[in-house]
Design a protein around this ligand. Structure first.
Ligand code: AR6
Length: 360
C-alpha cells in the first residue's frame, strides 16, 4: 500500500508490472519506451503490433518477456502545450487507467516512470505532483491494501520541488546544516593546529534550536579508566539506576497509539498517511521491544502533524533525536516548522538531496 520514490532504471525493476511512457502507435520510440523495448526483446514489439495503438490517457497491457517485470503496461501521456489543453486530466487518467489494469491482473507491485516529463515536455515538478496525488488516491481507495507502487526517478533526475515550492529551503539547509559543517571544519583545523591531524576530534558547535544531546561529543571527553568510581559509590549508583528504571517513560508504541487516538484518525488512516504498510504497523503495535527505524518514527510524526517539540518527544521515546549533522533531519525539521505535512513532498525533497526517505 505505500508509494515509494526510487532512483533506478525502470527496466531493472523486479516488480509485477512496469509502466511504459509510450506514444499512440505503441511501436516503440526513444526515452523510457526505447529502453523498455530494448530490454524486453523483439517479442514485445510483436505483441504491441497486435494492440492497434492506444489513445492518450489510456493504457494497454503486454507481457514483459526478457524484463524482470512480468507485465508492461503501456500508457500514452499528453504532450505539454502550456497546460491549457487538458494535459493534467489526461496525465491523471494515465496513472488511474494503468493502476486499474494492474489491479485487474492482481499485481502487487507496479513501477511508473514520470510519464510525459521527458520528450513530451510536461514540467517535471508538476508531473511529480500529479503522479503522487493520483497514485496516493488509488492506494487509499484500494480494497486489498496490498499493492506497492514505485515512482521511478531516472539517474540523477531532479525535480527541484524543494527549490521551486520552498525557495527558502536551500538557505535553511545552508544555515542549519552547511554552516554546522563549516564551523566543524574550522574547529577541526584549530585542533589540528594545536594537536596535529591525528588527534583532531569530530566535534560540532551548537546550532540554534538543536538539543545539545544531538551533538557528538569529542572522543577526548570519554572518562579514562583510572577515574572509575569506588565500590560503595558504584552500589549507590546501581540502586539509583534501578530506581530510575522503575520510572521509565512510556515507550514509543504506547505513546504512538495514544497520539493516533487523540488525532481522531483510525490506525489504517494514520499508517497509510505515514506511508507505512500494515505489517510494519502491526509489528510496532504488537511486538514488545520492537524498535522502528528513525525514518518510520518521523513518518508517523508527519502523519500526525506533530509540532517540533512533540516530534522530538516521540523520537526520543524510540531512542532517536533530530540532528543538525544530518541533512535529512534538517530537511524534515524545515517542513515541520513550516507546518507542511505532505509526506510525498517531503520525500521528493529528500530524494532530491539524496537522503533517506520517510516511511516504508
Ligand atoms: N527508467 C526510468 N525512467 C526513465 C528511463 C529509464 N530507463 N529512461 C527515461 N526515463 P520519456 P514522455 C524517464 O521521454 O515524456 C518516447 O519516444 C525520463 O527521465 O521517456 O512520456 C515515446 O515513444 C522522464 O522522466 O517519455 C513517446 O514518443 C520519463 O522517463 C515519447 O517519448 C519520461 O520520459 C513519450 O514522452
Amino acid at each position: 500500500m505505500p508509494l515509494k520514490f526510487v532512483r533506478n532504471d525502470i527496466t531493472a525493476m523486479d516488480v509485477d508490472a512496469i509502466v511504459n511512457a509510450a506514444n499512440r502507435s505503441l511501436l516503440g520510440g526513444g526515452g523510457v519506451d526505447g529502453a523498455i523495448h530494448k530490454a524486453a526483446g523483439p517479442r514485445l514489439l510483436e505483441e504491441c503490433r497486435k494492440l492497434g495503438g492506444c489513445e492518450v490517457g489510456e493504457a494497454k497491457l503486454t507481457r514483459g518477456y526478457d524484463l524482470p517485470a512480468h507485465y508492461v503496461i503501456h500508457t500514452v501521456g499528453p504532450i505539454w502545450r502550456g497546460g491549457e489543453d487538458g494535459e493534467e486530466a489526461l496525465l491523471r487518467a494515465c496513472y488511474r487507467n494503468s493502476l486499474s489494469l494492474a489491479a485487474k491482473k492482481r499485481c502487487k507491485s507496479v513501477a511508473f516512470p514520470l510519464i510525459s516529463s521527458g520528450a513530451y515536455g510536461y514540467p517535471k515538478q508538476e508531473a511529480v505532483r500529479v503522479a503522487a496525488e493520483e497514485i496516493r488516491a488509488f492506494l487509499l481507495a484500494e480494497k486489498s491494501g496490498e499493492m506497492v507502487v514505485y515512482l521511478v526517478f531516472f539517474g540523477g533526475e531532479e525535480t527541484e520541488i524543494g527549490k521551486t515550492l520552498y525557495p527558502d529551503m536551500e538557505s535553511y539547509i545552508d544555515d542549519h546544516y552547511a554552516s554546522l559543517h563549516r564551523s566543524s571544519n574550522r574547529r577541526a583545523r584549530e585542533w589540528e593546529a594545536m594537536y596535529g591531524a591525528a588527534r583532531a576530534p569530530y566535534e560540532f558547535s551548537s546550532v540554534d534550536g538543536f538539543p545539545a544531546e544531538a551533538m557528538a561529543q569529542p572522543k577526548s571527553m570519554a572518562q579514562p579508566k583510572s577515574m572509575a568510581q569506588p565500590k560503595t559509590a558504584a552500589k549507590r549508583a546501581a540502586s539509583s539506576v534501578d530506581d530510575a528504571l522503575k520510572n521509565l517513560d512510556e515507550g514509543f508504541a504506547v505513546t504512538l497509539l495514544k497520539r493516533i487516538d487523540a488525532s481522531g484518525m483510525t490506525d489504517p488512516e494514520c499508517y497509510t498517511k505515514a506511508n507505512i504498510d500494515r505489517k510494519l504497523f502491526s509489528k510496532i503495535k504488537n511486538k514488545k521491544g520492537y524498535r522502528p527505524s528513525k525514518q518510520t518514527v518521523l513518518a508517523f510524526c508527519i502523519a500526525l502533524e506533530l509540532p517540533l517539540s512533540d516530534t522530538e518527544d516521540l523520537l526520543m521515546r524510540a531512542g532517536y533525536a533530530l540532528s543538525p549533522a544530518d541533512k535529512g533531519d534538517v530537511i524534515v525539521r524545515f517542513f515541520i516548522e513550516k507546518k507542511q505535512f505532505d509526506i510525498d513532498k517531503i520525500n521528493i525533497c529528500l530524494l532530491d538531496h539524496d537522503q533517506r526517505l520517510l516511511g516504508a
